[in-house]
Ligand binder design. Structure first.
Ligand code: TXA
Ligand code: MG
Length: 349
């Protein structure tokens, strides 16, 4: 059975951290909070431990894991070179929601990297996570702690829903801050490229290292023909059970269109969910309406995104209509997740 331990981030119980680190050192699985989403951790340098992650998540074995470290010196043991640009990004953004892809050393098993010769590394900005990594030998492989295809977990209860009975322990550190996964930048060659958008934006990265490329599949709409460079990005991730469509345009026309679409489905006896904002919530008079956050505070939207998708799963709606969130600094990251949840279905008015 899965052990559940509550840990206060301001007053971390070393007793529970030690208990968790013993499990990790013995090759077991421990879910833990980071500043982005909950991770499902295993000893990254133990191939049997990494393999267990794929089984617990039902994750395709070609989808590599992120190795979490707690100190910059730990990097040299697992990667062949740290390019100058990567060092600059690490100095600026670590610990923080940035993952970088490097060429790996042999010590990192192919089980951890999904068979690739590169390895993704990140230093999370979360006291509990950093403490756990240090106590457990310095290298924790951790994908998001959801069942493959479900929204990433932003609370311990989300992890429990998906992982109870399948992993050894869940460390409950409360709801995470950012709510969407880290930005991924490939720095393994001379042309750094963003493979997954996140809280650290293209602009923030370019301020440090100059021009970066962006994987063009990130905001693809409709049928995607090109193959994303991060293997995990090709799957229809974060999919809610209800059929999700995004509606984009000026606020008034969007509200009207969503109401019209909802009305049609309700008339045909379907259950309909609506993803609104604090600003528009009161204007939706039909369907199951949930506010995802304040449009004027875009961080509240990333913070609640996966939680709202899971809530719609719990109430079993058939169709979900969502407003669009492409404005603001986090717009690219939020829309990337929402478009994937929607199977890339979007109506532009
Ligand atoms: O915020 C986060 O990054 C969270 C927390 C737990 O740290 N972790 C997370 O892991 O989102 P996961 O497994 O859900 O996503 C990892 C992504 C996948 O899309 C995977 O394909 C990509 O990183 N990735 C990992 N290693 C890679 C590599 N060597 N080359 C290209 N993409 C890689
Ligand atoms: Mg994931």
């Amino acid at each position: 059975n899965t052990i559940l331990r509550k840990v206060d981030e301001c007053n971390i119980s070393m007793k529970f951290i030690k208990e968790a680190s013993v499990i990790l050192k013995e090759g077991g699985l421990v879910a833990f909070p980071t500043e982005t989403v909950y991770g499902l951790g295993a000893n990254a340098l133990n191939k049997k431990a990494s393999a267990k992650i794929y089984e617990a998540k039902g994750r395709p074995s070609d989808n590599p894991l992120i190795v979490h470290i707690a100190e910059l010196v730990a990097l040299d043991k697992i990667v062949t070179v740290v390019p100058e640009k990567a060092r600059m990004l690490a100095e600026k953004f670590w610990p923080g929601p940035l993952t970088m892809i490097f060429n790996k050393k042999d010590i990192v098993p192919l089980e951890t990297t999904g068979g690739l010769n590169t390895v993704a590394v990140r230093m999370p900005n979360h006291k509990l996570a950093l403490s756990l990594i240090k106590e457990s030998g310095g290298y924790i492989a951790a994908p998001s702690a959801n069942t493959s295809g479900r929204p990433s977990p932003t609370k311990a209860s989300h992890v429990a829903e998906d992982m109870n009975g399948k992993i050894d322990m869940i460390l409950d550190g409360g709801m995470v801050g950012i709510g969407i996964e880290s930005t991924i930048v490939d720095v393994s060659n001379d042309n750094p490229m963003i493979l997954r958008p996140g809280y650290i934006t293209k602009e923030m990265i370019e301020e440090v290292i100059g021009e970066v490329y962006v994987d063009q599949t990130i905001l693809a709409e409709g049928d995607i023909s090109q193959r994303p460079k991060a293997p995990g990005m090709k799957y229809k991730h974060y999919a809610p059970k209800g059929d999700l469509t995004i509606v984009e345009g000026d606020e008034n026309v969007v509200v009207e269109r969503i109401l019209k679409l909802a009305e049609e489905k309700i008339a045909a006896n379907y259950q309909v969910g609506i993803i609104a904002t604090d600003e528009t919530f009161g204007r939706y008079s039909i369907g199951q309406v949930k506010s995802i956050g304040k449009r004027s505070e875009e961080q509240s939207i990333s913070h609640n995104l996966y939680n709202v998708l899971r809530e719609f799963d719990d109430i079993n709606v058939d169709f979900i209509y969502s407003e669009s969130f492409s404005d603001g600094k986090l717009g690219v990251a939020i829309m990337n997740r929402l478009l994937k949840a929607a199977g890339h279905k979007i109506i532009h008015i």
